[in-house]
Design a protein around this ligand. Structure first.
Ligand SMILES: Nc1ncnc2c1ncn2[C@@H]1O[C@H](COP(=O)(O)OP(=O)(O)OP(=O)(O)O)[C@@H](O)[C@H]1O
Ligand SMILES: [Mg+2]
Length: 337
């Protein structure tokens, strides 16, 4: 399977092969994303994206049997709901009705999916995570892959793919917080017993930080990007100039994380979140991992989706620095059809 993650700044692709429980890396690569309207309204944008994907796949020299592509999480509604105890068939019949209360779009315009994540012992109700994606968005991604000539086998939300990859790399940890920080969006997600049980997205990301550095210091964008990527949250360099600009964003994020932890503790008394995994390009921000550990009080780590995947050592070494950006695409490629 070839997993393709179309981001704002770059398109990432990972090709994996599976032999029983052994997963091997065939190729991984990324290419700058073409500058298109973020909503890809124009059909010409779809062709430009398709051409870029073809360029990437060509450079990776892979022949893929099938493709899985991700939808940006912030365009998809993910909501944990509780419904009366019922069997699988009854859920299927009533899910539309249940969903209607939570989805601000006509049901004829969304595709609804769900999975049972547990049971609330106090209320004796079933906990379900509801996923609702606009049909227009799904159709757009189908058109893009169809324009590439590749064989589309699956479409899923970015965060679900990332969860699969985190679970695959850390199979023994029961409760994990995933912090996915890309260019334009950030997601906080909770994984319990290998299932996504909570997710929320925030419209900030690495590009927000770069823009702030650029505005505050009067740098052009690419210079600001370089300063941000070099100094990040480091307080010991440049009189902590970059830190002072960037840190407030994380103060806000950390307080959202605190709220998420409180939610987790209320739902699952006596359970602990063992680690915070940071994925996406901003995971590489100098000092972010330490700041997260320090502020949240939970040991944090940068995502390495290539753990537990077999690969040639030279290839792996060349990918290590970029590992966190491949979290979603590895998760997509791990999807079993
Ligand atoms: N060394 C680094 N330090 C800090 N930030 C970095 C570093 N390298 C890249 N970034 C940031 O990572 C972001 C890109 O990450 P990623 O590839 O995960 O985003 P994307 O998938 O293109 O965007 P999105 O998912 O938000 O649409 C950019 O904002 C970039 O500035
Ligand atoms: Mg992304």
């Amino acid at each position: 399977m070839l997993g393709i993650d179309i981001g704002t700044t770059s398109i990432k692709a990972v090709s994996l092969s599976r032999n029983k429980n052994d997963v091997s890396l065939l190729a991984a690569g990324n290419i700058p994303a073409p500058r298109v309207n973020p909503d890809m309204v124009a059909h010409s944008d779809e062709q430009v994206i398709a051409n870029t994907i073809n360029q990437l796949v060509h450079d990776m020299k892979v022949n893929s049997a099938g493709v899985a592509v991700s939808l940006p999480s912030y365009k998809v509604i993910n909501q944990v709901i509780e419904i009366p105890e019922m069997n699988e068939k009854e859920i299927e019949q009533s899910i539309q009705w249940e969903a209607e209360q939570y989805i601000p779009l006509p049901l004829s315009k969304v595709k609804i999916d769900y999975s049972v994540i547990g049971r609330n012992e106090a209320t004796k109700k079933l906990k379900i995570i509801l996923v609702a994606a606009p049909l227009s968005l799904i159709e757009k991604y189908m058109r893009i892959i169809s324009l590439t000539g590749l064989n589309l086998l699956a479409i899923e939300t970015e965060i679900l793919a990332s969860v699969r990859s985190v679970v695959h790399s850390l199979p023994t940890l029961a409760n994990i917080m995933l912090l996915s920080v890309g260019a334009t969006n950030t997601e906080i997600a909770l994984i319990r017993n290998q299932l996504l049980i909570y997710t929320k997205s925030y419209p900030i990301g690495g590009n927000t930080l770069t823009r702030a550095v650029s505005e505050e210091l009067g740098f052009d964008y690419s210079q600001a990007e370089e300063y941000k990527n070099t100094y990040g949250l480091d307080e010991s360099k440049l009189e902590a100039k970059i830190n002072k600009i960037v840190a407030p964003f994380f103060t806000n994020l950390f307080s959202e994380i605190e709220k998420t932890i409180i939610y987790f503790k209320e739902e699952y008394l006596k359970e602990e979140i063992m680690t915070v995994v940071i994925s996406g390009g901003t995971a590489k921000l100098p000092g972010l991992m330490l700041a997260t550990t320090k502020n949240i009080g939970i040991n944090s780590q940068v995502s390495n989706p290539f753990i537990n995947i077999q690969a040639n050592e030279t290839v792996l070494n060349s990918l290590t620095a970029d590992a966190p950006i491949y979290t979603t695409s590895v998760g997509l490629a791990l999807k079993e059809i």
